[in-house]
Write a protein that binds this ligand. Structure first.
Ligand code: SF4
Length: 275
C-alpha cells in the first residue's frame, strides 16, 4: 500500500470517534469552500472547451469545441448520474481533508493548468501534488475499482476516458510538477481507497498526447463538423431500433449531430458515469 494511503487509513483508525483529534481550521475552511464551489457549480453548468480532461474527445467533438458550436450546450446526463458526479466531487474534498489532517503534505491543490497543444491553449486545474509529483483523484464504482483500477497496466488497457493522457497534460501544464505520481482512487461502494502509480506509464502517456495532437490536426483541417465522421457509430438494439452510442447520448452536441433522434430514445441509452 502506498505510504500516504497507509497514513490516511491509520489516522482514521486511530482518531475517528475517539474525541481527541483537534481539527486544523485552515484544512476545514479549505474543504468547506471547495464543497461550496462544487455545489454552486452544480447548478451553473460549464462552458464547453477543449481541456486536459477532454483528452478522449474524437475529431468531430474537437471541431465543435474549437468552433464553439451552439446547441443545448450542456451534457445530457441522467439525474442519477449527475447526483453521483456531485457526490464524487464532494468525496474528493472530504478525502483530501482527511489526508491533510493525517499529516500527508499535499500541495498545489486545484492549481491552474495552462498548456499549448497544436497552438490551442488548454486550461484547467489539477487535483493536487505530493512530493512535487502530479496526482489525480478518482471516484469509481466497485467493479471498475477491482478491474480497471487494479493496476497501471489494467488502467492502460481500459482507459476509455484517457485518464493517462490527462495526467500527463496536467504535469506538463504547471511549473511545479516534476513528473506524474498517479491516481488516488476511491471506491464509492466500499469506502476503500488505493493509489495507482503512473511510474511505468511514460510511453502510454506520450502516445496519448501525440494521439490528441493528431485528432486536433484532423479537426482543424475540416471545414465543418459534418465533414468528419461521427465520433461513435450508432447501432441497432435487440428491438431493431437504431440507438446512439452512450458517449453521443450524453454529449452536449447531440442535437446538432443527431437532430432526428428523439430525446426519449437517448434517455434509454444513457449510462451511469463517475469521474
Ligand atoms: S454527439 Fe457524438 S458524434 Fe457528435 S460530437 Fe458528440 S460524441 Fe461526437
Amino acid at each position: 500500500m502506498s505510504k500516504h494511503i497507509k497514513q490516511l487509513k491509520q489516522f482514521v483508525y486511530d482518531n475517528a470517534g475517539n474525541n481527541q483529534h483537534e481539527i486544523n481550521e485552515e484544512h476545514l475552511q479549505d474543504c468547506l469552500s471547495s464543497i461550496e464551489h462544487v455545489l454552486r457549480s452544480f447548478f451553473k453548468g460549464r462552458k464547453h472547451s477543449l481541456s486536459p480532461s477532454g483528452t478522449s474527445a474524437e475529431p468531430r467533438k474537437i471541431w465543435h469545441l474549437l468552433n464553439k458550436t451552439q446547441g443545448e450546450n450542456r451534457d445530457q446526463f441522467k439525474p442519477t448520474s449527475r447526483i453521483k458526479m456531485l457526490v464524487s466531487s464532494v468525496a474528493e474534498f472530504l478525502i483530501v481533508f482527511l489526508m491533510k489532517e493525517a499529516g500527508v503534505k499535499l500541495h498545489n491543490e486545484q492549481s491552474k493548468i495552462k498548456i499549448k497543444i497544436r497552438n490551442h491553449e488548454m486550461t484547467g486545474s489539477n487535483d493536487y501534488g505530493l512530493n512535487n509529483l502530479m496526482y489525480d483523484f478518482k471516484c469509481t464504482n466497485d467493479e471498475d475499482y477491482r478491474t480497471k483500477w487494479r493496476s497501471a497496466s489494467t488502467l492502460a488497457e481500459k482507459d476509455y476516458f484517457s485518464y493517462i493522457g490527462q495526467l500527463g497534460l496536467y504535469d506538463r501544464g504547471v511549473e511545479w510538477s516534476n513528473g506524474c505520481g498517479g491516481w488516488d482512487v476511491y471506491n464509492l461502494n466500499t469506502g476503500d481507497i488505493k493509489h495507482i502509480s503512473a511510474k511505468k506509464l511514460d510511453y502510454v502517456m506520450d502516445r496519448e498526447i501525440e494521439h490528441l495532437e493528431d485528432k486536433i490536426d484532423e479537426a482543424k483541417k475540416a471545414d465543418n463538423w459534418y465533414d468528419l465522421p461521427p465520433c461513435y457509430p450508432t447501432f441497432v438494439n435487440k428491438q431493431g431500433e437504431e440507438q446512439l452510442d452512450w458517449r453521443c447520448a450524453r454529449c452536449a452536441f447531440v442535437d446538432t449531430c443527431f437532430p432526428d433522434f428523439k430525446k426519449s430514445k437517448r434517455d434509454l441509452n444513457q449510462v451511469s458515469y463517475i469521474k
